[in-house]
Design a protein around this ligand. Structure first.
Ligand SMILES: Nc1ncnc2c1ncn2[C@@H]1O[C@H](COP(=O)(O)OP(=O)(O)OP(=O)(O)O)[C@@H](O)[C@H]1O
Length: 211
């Protein structure tokens, strides 16, 4: 069981190829790290793996099944299997929504009942914060809500793109512990992208293979 990108070439409209014939694999239940210089295409590869950016060539498959298309072109049942955490929780959330609504969003899409309070507790958010909007909480609290939103989706794979870069050391450590335990206990495959190779080593991430 794994999330695989094979022979991927990708770029953006109006740009030449940003990554060329790259392959990458995230095995279920393991924590894979990806470090590398700025601008080398890590986020681009992450977006391809998260089914958000359509590659110009190559194949993405989940547990051996090829996924065609990206975004809303992919069925919600398949999209649900891969969640992504971004560097900036503010850019990744709707400022008009409460944290409760943000956390509930993916579960509502796949019509799954979730108990928001339970998820909040799991990620270390106190229940009184659930009725606040993003501008009324800290970056760390908002990122915890984003982690809860990702977990509400019950994904098989989680892609974290510099997800702790804006947070303090204590919040970073607690989010890392949470993601580690999800990988271990729920068998989730996790890709952790960070410019901080020491952080990746500290959480025991296996170095991802990039040709
Ligand atoms: N939306 C976009 N439109 C056009 N070009 C983009 C876009 N996003 C990224 N790029 C370009 O693609 C290249 C790779 O960027 P990418 O963000 O994937 O690298 P990265 O390794 O994640 O960098 P960093 O560590 O700085 O986040 C860069 O040259 C960047 O300018």
């Amino acid at each position: 069981m794994s999330l695989d990108a094979v022979d991927i070439t990708a770029g953006y409209s109006g740009t030449s190829d940003v990554i060329v014939r790259e392959s990458f694999s995230i095995p279920a239940g393991s924590l894979v790290g990806l470090a590398g210089p700025s601008g080398s295409g890590k986020s681009t590869l992450a977006r391809v793996l998260a089914l958000l950016l359509e590659p110009r060539a190559g194949v993405v498959s989940i547990d051996g099944r090829e996924v065609k298309g990206v975004g809303l072109a992919v069925s919600s049942e398949i999209r649900r299997q891969v969640a992504m955490l971004f560097q900036s929780p503010r850019a990744a959330t709707d400022p008009r929504m409460t944290l409760r609504a943000i956390i509930e969003q993916p579960a509502a899409i796949v019509r799954r009942r979730i108990v928001v309070e339970e998820l909040a507790e799991r990620v270390g958010l106190t229940v009184d914060l659930l009725d606040r909007r993003p501008h009324q909480v800290s970056d760390g609290q908002l990122q915890r809500a984003c982690v809860a939103r990702a977990l509400a989706q019950e994904p098989q794979y989680l892609i974290c793109d510099e997800a702790t870069a804006m947070l303090d050391a204590a919040t970073t450590a607690s989010i890392m512990r949470l993601v580690q335990s999800e990988a271990r206990d729920a068998g989730m495959g996790v890709l952790m992208i960070s410019h901080d190779a020491e952080l990746l080593a500290a959480i025991g991430a296996v170095a991802g293979q990039r040709p």
